[in-house]
Every structure is written in structure tokens, then in C-alpha cells.
Design a protein around this ligand. Structure first.
Ligand code: ADP
Length: 246
């Protein structure tokens, strides 16, 4: 598999403090990857760099088959390149139905007002049915998003991001605040989503990471401390020292 995203020698300092310190790693096309690490390890800053919110002081961030530098692009351009980001808190349109939320995601470029007066085509309605099925909301399409459970709102937002057909989806702590059943559904959903695009999941919940069954990258002090299967990284003495605190 060729690299879809290549982060190479990236460093970022905030007031002289190196939040990201010579970080290098790659994500392959269609890969599912979990990123773990203690608080302050640099996980959020890493996502900020990839999505163009934070500009590194040094290093390269290379994207896609044409090896484009993401560092020459702003956040909107990077999103258009096919990098989607799911923040921890769900942000859906609470006073719109689940179907309308999906529609807005499909028609994002047209703006909110255009969407309000838009009559969805058959193709759009078909795509919305597929997305709802994919994230487990097929029976909820007519409900107001504000009436959904916390877990369902998260799935709706993931579905809205999938509507924009990202090649890479970054997901920040998807299992936080979920019931065990919701966590189980979320892990299956992300495993399925990664069959057709790359998905990077930042997560603290080890049981959830285990269910993802994918390669794990452990960040510490802004660099990769260990990489491999969950069993491999959690048996690494340095990881145990800094992360598990045992
Ligand atoms: P994580 O997401 O792994 O908890 P972060 O990427 O949020 O880690 O933070 C890495 C380090 O950089 C932390 O020590 C944090 O305090 C620091 N940091 C992050 N953003 C800023 C900022 N805007 N200004 C100053 N320090 C920051």
C-alpha cells in the first residue's frame, strides 16, 4: 500500500515548548489506525497540523498520489482535498431532521439557505439512505437530530462527514460518553468505514482500540514512542512507563 499521508520530521513549538518534536509517520490508503498517548502527547496538535489549523515550524506533510504538500494549503483547501475531521463533541443541526442533516452534508458547498430551498434529487435521497444504513440510523431519518441519543448524534456526524467522501477521516475520541452498546456499534462502524477510506482514530479507551483491531501508534512528547498491534505496544516497557503508569 502506498502512503496516503506522510508526516516527516514535523516540529511545532508553543512559546518555546515543543508540542510536536520531529514527528514522522505514514498512513496508507484505506488504512484504519488508532493513535493513543497520554494527555499532552500531541494528538490534538497532530490533527491540527494535518487539517491546516496549525502550521508546523519544520518538516513536511505530504498527501495523496501526487505528493502534494498540505503545508501550502489552508483549512478549506485541505478539507476539499478529502481530509475530514470529527471533533469530540457532536455538532449536528439539532432542529433539523436526520435526513435534512445528511442533505446539508451532501450539499455543503451550496450553503445553508440554498439547502433549505433545495428539493433533493432521487440520487441524493438514495445516497442519504445508504449513509443512514452505513452508520445505523436507517430507522431515524425522520427524527429531529436534537432528539437522538449522544451516540446517535456522533454516528450522524460521522455519516455527514462520509457524505463528503473523504479519503482520510480523522476522528477524535469517538467513544467518549457512550454506553457500552454505543461503543460497540461505533467501533464496528469505523472498521466498516475504513474499508473504503483511511480512518485515524484518537482514543483513550483501550477496550475500544482493541475492538478496532488495527495498528496502533503511541505518541509521547510529540513523537512516536511505539507502533504496532495493541498487544505489541502495550507490552513495550517505555509505553508502560509513560502511558499506562504501571
Ligand atoms: P493531546 O491531544 O495529546 O492531549 P495536545 O496536542 O493537545 O496533546 O498538546 C500537546 C502539548 O502542547 C501540551 O503540552 C499542550 O499543553 C501544548 N499546547 C497545545 N496547544 C497549545 C497552544 N495553542 N498554546 C500553548 N500550548 C499548547
Amino acid at each position: 500500500m502506498s502512503a496516503l499521508l506522510e508526516v516527516s520530521g514535523v516540529s511545532v513549538s508553543f512559546d518555546g515548548f515543543k508540542a510536536i518534536n520531529n514527528l514522522s509517520f505514514q498512513i496508507a490508503e484505506g488504512e484504519l489506525r488508532a493513535v493513543i498517548g497520554p494527555n499532552g502527547a500531541g494528538k490534538t496538535t497532530f490533527m491540527d497540523i494535518v487539517t491546516g489549523k496549525t502550521r508546523p515550524d519544520e518538516g513536511r506533510v505530504i498527501w495523496g498520489d501526487k505528493s502534494i504538500s498540505l503545508l501550502s494549503m489552508n483549512e478549506a483547501q485541505i478539507a476539499r482535498e478529502g481530509i475530514g475531521r470529527k471533533f469530540q463533541k457532536p455538532t449536528v443541526f439539532e432542529d433539523q431532521s436526520v435526513r435534512e442533516n445528511f442533505l446539508m452534508a451532501l450539499k455543503k458547498d451550496r450553503g445553508f439557505l440554498a439547502v433549505l430551498f433545495y428539493r433533493p434529487s432521487k440520487a441524493d435521497l438514495g445516497r442519504i439512505d445508504e449513509l443512514a444504513e452505513e452508520v445505523g440510523l436507517a430507522t431515524e431519518l425522520g427524527r429531529l437530530a436534537g432528539e437522538l441519543s449522544h451516540g446517535q448524534k456522533q454516528w450522524l456526524e460521522i455519516g455527514m462527514l462520509l457524505a463528503q467522501e473523504p479519503r482520510l477521516l480523522l476522528v477524535d475520541e469517538p467513544a467518549a460518553g457512550m454506553t457500552p452498546e454505543e461503543r460497540e456499534h461505533t467501533s464496528s462502524l469505523l472498521v466498516a468505514a475504513a474499508k473504503t477510506r483511511a480512518v485515524v482514530v484518537v482514543e483513550h479507551d483501550m477496550e475500544f482500540v482493541r475492538r478496532l483491531g488495527c495498528k496502533v501508534t503511541v505518541l509521547h512528547e510529540g513523537a512516536v514512542l511505539a507502533e504496532g498491534s495493541l498487544d505489541h505496544v502495550t507490552s513495550n516497557a517505555q509505553v508502560i512507563d509513560v502511558y499506562l503508569g504501571r
